[in-house]
Structure formats: C-alpha cells, structure tokens
Write a protein that binds this ligand. Structure first.
Ligand code: CA
Length: 365
C-alpha cells in the first residue's frame, strides 16, 4: 500500500486500533533511536514537534519503539544534523533542509525557497503533488529518508536595529538569515550569516550582526530579539510556508518493520499539523505583547519586495542552468506554485482579505 493510501484509509485511529490487537503487539521488537534536533529546547513549537512525534510512536507501539530527542548541541551542533544522520552518528534527525544548501541548493525545496509556497501549498506539493517523490529521490543520494514533520506558516521578516526604507538600506547589513534567502539578499548587498537558533540572540546583542530573522512572534519573543532590535518587519518573503523534516538513515529505515515505518510516517504527519496549529494559536498573543512592549511593526516597502523577487528569479534561473538536481525539482515545483496561486487568489485570498478588513468586524460580533 502506498504511504498516502495508508494514511488516508487507516489514519492514526486505525493504527491505534491495530496496536491494541495482541497479534500486532507480539510482533513489535524493542527499538531505541536517538534523534538529533537542529533546535533549542526552549522552543516548544519547532523543537516540540519532534517530541510530539516521538510520543506518538511510543504510544502506538506500547513503548517498544522509543525515539529519544536531543536538542541542538547535545549530540551535534544544530546545523550538522544532516551529516549526523548520513554518517550514522544518530538514527534520526529533525531539521530544516535548507540549512544544507551549501551541499546542494536542491535541499531548499524541502523547506522553502524565497517567494515560494505557503503552508497549505507546500503540504499539497509534498503529499499530493510530486514533492515527496522528487525529494525522496534527491535525499536518497545522501542515504537519508525524509518525512515532512512540521511547518511554521508564513514567517516574519525579522528584527532590525535600523529601519529598512529602501533597497539601499540593505547594503552592508549583516543579517542572520538561513538557507537560500541569504544568497538572494547578498545580491542586494546584505552580508548573510547562517547561525543556529540558540546562538542568534548573543550575536545580535553583541552587535556581531545588525539584523536577524528566526520564525515569528511566539518564538522570537522567547528568544528575546525585541530586547536588542526595535524594528520587526513582515512578511518573511523567503519563508511563506517553511517545512521541517524528519530525517532517517536509509539503513535504519530499511531495517524497521513495515508497521513501524507506517507508525513513524503517521506520527510525523500528526506532528506536522500540530506544529502549525501551535504557531497559529500562539502567535497572535505574542504579537500583541511585543507591540505593547514597544516593538515597531513595519511592512517591507514594495520596492524592496520587488528587488528581492527579481534577484530570486535570477538566482533560480542561474542555479537551474548549472545544477540538474535543482532544475528537475524547480520545473515541477514552479508549475505547481503557479497553479496554486491561480486557485488561491479566487476564493481563499478573497475570503482572507475580506475578513481582515475592519468593517468585516460587524460579522464577527
Ligand atoms: Ca526563518
């Protein structure tokens, strides 16, 4: 049975019911894995997703399949999770694939590329489009099996010590920004820095960097960025719907009983939904608190957005011309994105825009 058929027809409830059957229980070997996360423990959202996943796996297998989750730095640094899974230091990881664009920019499609898909669209590409097939083919070159395991939704554009009023204000700006987005911004004069989540605050506080982006209000407030930079920009055009992924070493995946593989995929799918729900539920309160405490909320000026969009388009064209892995995924991905935009602009966007208008408040009473 195909993975998606399993999820569709069985679902977590089906697995749980099956787990209660004695014959099923007897066939469960004891397996203990270590998972290296790219994220700090303080973030119950993005770090928490791996714990949510591991708890489900344990519950469904009556604690026979245990996955112990380690924070960034406990086994390996946050940005070395792919290596740790590839070389077998750990059986499993939880990370953002775009951290590894230095190995191959194609990794970025598994998370987000600038001016790309929102959460719904990324999930649609992975689960119902060609995303999973294409990314699994790509990850196989690294001996890794990837499973979508979380999404943050559209992110904020980050924290800045000074206002960004024009494209010229980007020149010389030292900014913590992950993945492919750094390459886009460097074309406009930004000096991008790749720094793991737990290490951003000290860098911004010391003035090693001038700006930093992480995720959104709930995480950003916890990490304390508002204390060291007053301007909070939106939208994070480089991350319209960035996905997190569970990585499993191919040989460990192959050695798993088939029903454990299915449990793991279903648990990741649950954690995927749960992470997005947690962010959506917690961001509004955090945003209100930040603004009340003096954070200055600013939209990126349209000319800045347009310049970044043009730089991204050039970068994709150049990258596709010299990297066959990238070209193959980009061709499929960009057609999917264009269709998604066509569909979303009809009713999703009209509905969202109407609901966001002040006068629509009358209907909310
Ligand atoms: Ca980010």
């Amino acid at each position: 049975m195909q993975r998606r058929d399993f999820i569709r027809h069985g679902g977590l409830a089906g697995i749980l019911a099956a787990g209660a059957a004695p014959a099923f229980a007897q066939s469960q070997p004891a397996i203990n894995w270590r998972l290296a996360s790219s994220f700090p423990k303080s973030l119950d959202t993005i770090f928490g997703a791996a714990e949510v996943m591991a708890r489900y796996v344990a519950a469904v297998t009556e604690n026979k399949f245990q996955i112990r989750v380690f924070a960034a730095g406990e086994i390996v640094p946050g940005l070395q999770v792919a290596d740790a899974v590839q070389n077998g230091t750990v059986e499993m990881g939880h990370t953002a694939s775009y951290y590894y664009v230095g190995k191959d920019p194609t990794f970025a499609f598994d998370t987000a590329i600038p001016f790309g898909l929102n959460y719904r669209q990324q999930t649609a590409w992975m689960f119902e489009g060609n995303g999973m097939k294409l990314m699994r083919e790509f990850f196989a070159k690294y001996g890794i099996v990837n499973i979508p395991c979380g999404n943050t939704g559209a992110q904020m554009g980050g924290w800045y010590r000074k206002e960004i009023k024009s494209v010229a204000d980007l020149k010389g700006l030292k900014m913590r920004i992950g993945g492919f987005a750094g390459q886009v911004l460097s074309r406009l004069g930004v000096v991008p820095q790749q720094i793991a989540g737990g290490e951003i605050y000290p860098a911004l506080e010391k003035g090693t960097i001038d700006a930093a982006e992480w995720v959104g209000p709930y995480d950003d407030e916890k990490l304390g960025f508002n204390k060291v930079a007053p301007f909070y920009y939106y939208p994070g055009w480089w991350e319209g719907g960035p996905q997190l992924s569970a990585y499993i070493g191919q040989k460990h995946w192959d050695a798993l009983p088939k029903h454990y593989q299915a449990v793991l995929e279903a648990a990741c799918a649950y954690a995927h939904i749960e992470m997005m729900a947690r962010y959506d539920a917690k961001n509004p309160g955090a945003l209100k608190k930040l603004v009340a405490a003096g954070t200055k909320l600013r939209p990126f000026p349209r000319p800045v957005m347009d310049a970044c969009s043009a730089a991204a388009a050039d970068l994709y064209k150049e990258t596709a011309a010299k990297n066959e892995n990238f070209r193959k995924v980009f061709d499929d991905w960009s057609k999917f994105r264009d269709d998604q935009i066509l569909w979303f602009r009809v009713t999703e966007q009209s509905f969202d825009n109407y609901m966001a208008m002040p006068k629509a408040a009358a209907a909310k009473k």
